[in-house]
Design a protein around this ligand. Structure first.
Ligand code: NAD
Length: 507
């Protein structure tokens, strides 16, 4: 492999275009200094096994199938999960159907809202326990699950609880009604948050649910079922079935599902769309991405460096809207590369439960293999790889923060979603070239623009083919703000009025 791993620099490089005084010494916290471990010690209360959550009860799969859930941080088994087959999925839909007919469809919006509020409050009460479970199960650093995933999931329930009795104002001049039963399948990168994005609007709109979490990260979904029980949610309103692709296909294709919502890869999303064509089911698809994060020479560069680092290394880069293609204006490209390398050296990779960890574990062995394979292809195609010199834990699935310079648009690392801590850097000279390159992708989920000029932000935002464009920031989420894609990143929105409308029929 052609790699370069420079020693941590002792001083910050000066910006090419502006001269500053003598360079200041830097403190590099990366691996140079030993840190005392600072593990999060709260008990995640994970049971030794979980059944399927159908009709308010945990019960084994009918054929008794189970599969293990392991922690990617240390490869230890966390629990056994029930493997649902088509008959189990059918039982879940029967429960949802009964709950819809007998209870949920008869409740006024304000009563539904009370249940959703209770779920939000109970989730807040158990936030620490949920954060630990999420980091153990998925590999993300505890500071992210604690400060982002769990609070944002609770915020989604709060936001949608507020909507439940205001649906008359959702589509002015039109009446809305729930679909009835919705089937949902979600990925492993934000297990609890994706669950909240799916469940909260569906319940607020008056639907009952059958949902399948990803096979590597089902634990917080099952823990949330305990919250549903505590909240007194009527039996059958939310049913959670666990398993892999076959179980997901059964959830998507069940005849009782009038609407299906899928979040996952573009490849699987396309397969689902093909299999459901002609069934009349309403669909929303939240799929992959390959976002351009565009930095102009007049941008506040220090701030941009933080946005780029956050854009690609947040959640180990397992983020559909990750800023995985950095487009830098040519005049500042060398300076930006030096700044990024320096900043990367202060990122700590390691135990997801350690409060000092910036980058945790890759979610699974399969994902680690995929990332490694794509990185090898980048080197083979002639891009220049830089990886932070850091010690990776001997057990578990880890990958060092990586950036590629000298990337061209034809490289696989510029075209394919890597879904890992790997940044591909390309350059541009003019705004037109930046737009052309940013839009030259099959995806269209998100983008970032860094510049001092407000007019340029507006021009770029109107020409970038992306569902979300962040300006002088990155990865900002709010329940009231719709999120979703263009092109092969999918269709439909999650969050905000638009996301809620996707769970309602217009009458
Ligand atoms: P994936 O498509 O492999 O799996 C997603 C889910 O689909 C899992 O629960 C899986 O068990 C299930 N599944 C697999 N085959 C299925 C089938 N044939 N029918 C029905 N369900 C099936 O994706 P992943 O690897 O879990 O997640 C990563 C992908 O998700 C990335 O491409 C990422 O960009 C995307 N993603 C998109 C968004 C968004 O909002 N656009 C958000 C998060 C993740």
């Amino acid at each position: 492999m052609k790699t370069s791993a420079t020693k941590p620099a002792a001083s910050r490089p000066s910006r090419a275009s502006r001269s500053r005084g003598p360079s200041a010494r830097e403190l590099i916290f990366g691996d140079l200094w030993e840190f005392d471990p600072a593990p999060e010690t709260a008990d995640p209360h994970i049971r030794s096994s979980y059944g399927l959550f159908i009709n308010d009860k945990f019960s084994p799969a009918r054929k008794g199938g189970i599969f293990p859930s392991i922690s990617p941080g240390n490869e230890k088994k966390l629990t056994d999960l029930a493997l649902a087959d088509a008959a189990d999925v059918d039982a879940a839909y029967s429960a949802a159907s009964k709950a819809y007919e007998k209870v949920w469809s008869k409740l006024p919006g304000n009563e539904r809202g009370k249940f959703i509020y209770r779920i939000a409050r109970l989730l807040q009460d158990r936030a620490r326990e949920f954060a630990v479970a999420e980091s153990l199960d998925g590999g993300k650093p505890i500071k992210e699950s604690r400060d982002f995933d769990v609070p944002t999931a609770a915020a989604h329930f709060f936001y949608h609880a507020g909507w439940a009795d205001k649906l008359d104002h959702l589509a002015p001049g039109r009446q809305v009604a729930p679909y009835g039963i919705v089937g949902q399948v979600i990925p492993w990168n934000f297990p609890l948050l994706m669950l909240a994005w799916k469940i909260a609007p569906a319940l607020a709109a008056g639907n009952c649910i059958v949902i399948k979490p990803a096979e590597t990260t089902s634990i917080t979904a099952l823990k949330l079922c305990e919250v549903f029980q505590e909240a007194g949610l009527p039996p059958g309103v939310v049913n959670v079935v666990t398993g892999a692709g076959e179980t997901g296909a059964a959830v998507m294709s069940h005849p009782l599902a009038s609407k299906v919502a899928f979040t996952g890869s573009t490849e699987v999303g396309k397969a689902i769309m093909r299999s459901l064509a002609g069934t009349g089911k309403k669909m929303t698809m939240e799929l992959g991405g390959k976002a351009a994060n565009i930095v102009f020479e007049d941008a506040p560069l220090g701030q941009a460096v933080e946005g780029i680092i956050n854009g690609i290394f947040f959640n180990q880069g397992h983020v559909c809207c990750a800023g995985s293609r950095l487009l830098v204006q040519e005049s500042i490209a060398d300076d930006m590369l030096t700044r990024l390398k320096l900043r990367m050296q202060s990122l700590r990779v390691g135990d997801p439960l350690d409060k000092n960890t910036d980058i945790g574990a890759i979610n699974s062995k399969e994902q680690l293999t995929r990332i490694s394979e794509l990185v090898k292809s980048g080197v083979a195609e002639g891009a220049e790889l830089y990886q932070t010199p850091c010690r990776l834990p001997s057990k578990g699935f880890y990958f060092p923060p990586s950036i590629f310079s000298k990337v061209t648009q034809s490289h696989r690392i510029a075209r394919e979603e890597i879904f890992g801590p790997v940044l591909s850097i390309l350059t541009f000279r003019t705004p037109e070239e930046a737009i052309e390159k940013a839009n030259n992708t099959a995806y269209g989920l998100s983008a970032g623009v860094w510049t001092d000029k407000g007019s340029r932000i507006l021009k770029m935002a109107s020409q970038l083919k992306a569902g979300v464009v962040w300006a002088n920031t990155y990865n900002k989420f709010d329940p009231s703000s719709p999120f979703g894609g263009y092109k092969e990143s999918g269709f439909g929105r999650e969050g905000g009025r638009q996301g809620l409308l996707d769970y309602c029929k217009l009458l």
